[in-house]
Design a protein. Structure first.
Length: 236
């Protein structure tokens, strides 16, 4: 996706997240231990952090100071305002502009990460409101690519031999992921694997992010291998 597409997605899904809030005390099933207030605060604080990085106000995590948490009655409005401030900051930057990130050190990485972070947390908020609405397909495909590039450990765990084929059923998109020496091989080829997983791009993305389970997709082959694969990802 182009950077303008990411900013459109950020604004759209940020707005959908805010609109979905009905009860700040409602639990968020996808994030055990969180209520909606914690979800809104977390997502808004992530936006705040990356806006500070993108704007050049701070050069990295060592310079960062967390904002004061708004009162609950002001939380959603604070979040919505932060979405627009972040999108405005990012829209003024060339994607190649150097910036600190934990991935690729440029503004384009932040644009992509913020669109995808917001999309997944938008799904969390919708789910808390009883609405299982998919991540937009093009963004979900891009999110799978991002996940497989940046959210697997640098090296497979010792003894890990699983290879997984992910296949989107709602349009183009397939990925073959294999342990390869000290790293991973990720290709778009269509071939047999220990485990094949078929589902919509949204469901595959949400599976990788542990929002959905194997029962929400079609799993062919070794189902335990799929669980092992998801378990090795670098998620907080």
């Amino acid at each position: 996706m182009a950077e303008l597409g990411y900013l459109t997605a950020l604004r759209r899904d940020g707005g959908r997240l805010a609109e979905a809030v009905r009860d700040l005390r409602a639990p968020v099933p996808a994030c055990p231990g969180w209520d909606v207030a914690e979800l809104v605060w977390h997502t808004g604080e992530v936006h705040w952090f990356w806006q500070r990085i993108a704007s050049g106000a701070v050069s990295g995590p060592d310079d960062y100071r967390e904002p004061s948490r708004p009162a609950e009655g002001e939380l959603v409005a604070w979040f919505a305002e932060g979405v627009e401030v972040l999108a405005g900051t990012l829209s003024a930057l060339d994607p190649a502009e150097p910036r600190w990130t934990w991935g690729r050190p440029d503004a384009g990485f932040i644009q992509r990460r913020m669109a995808l972070e917001t999309a997944v947390h938008c799904w969390d908020a919708l789910s808390a409101a009883g609405r299982d609405e998919p991540v937009e397909r093009e963004l979900a495909v891009d999110g799978i690519d991002e996940f497989l590039r940046f959210f697997l450990p640098d090296a497979p765990p010792a003894g890990f031999r699983t290879d997984v084929h992910l296949h989107a059923t709602d349009g183009p998109g397939e990925w073959l992921v294999r342990p390869s020496g000290a790293g991973w091989s990720v290709t778009s080829e269509h071939t047999k694997a220990t485990t094949a997983v078929r589902g919509t791009a949204s469901d595959l993305l949400l599976l990788l992010w542990r929002r959905k389970g194997p029962e929400d997709v079609e799993v062919l082959g070794d189902a335990r291998a799929l669980e092992e694969f998801v378990d090795v990802s670098q998620l907080n």
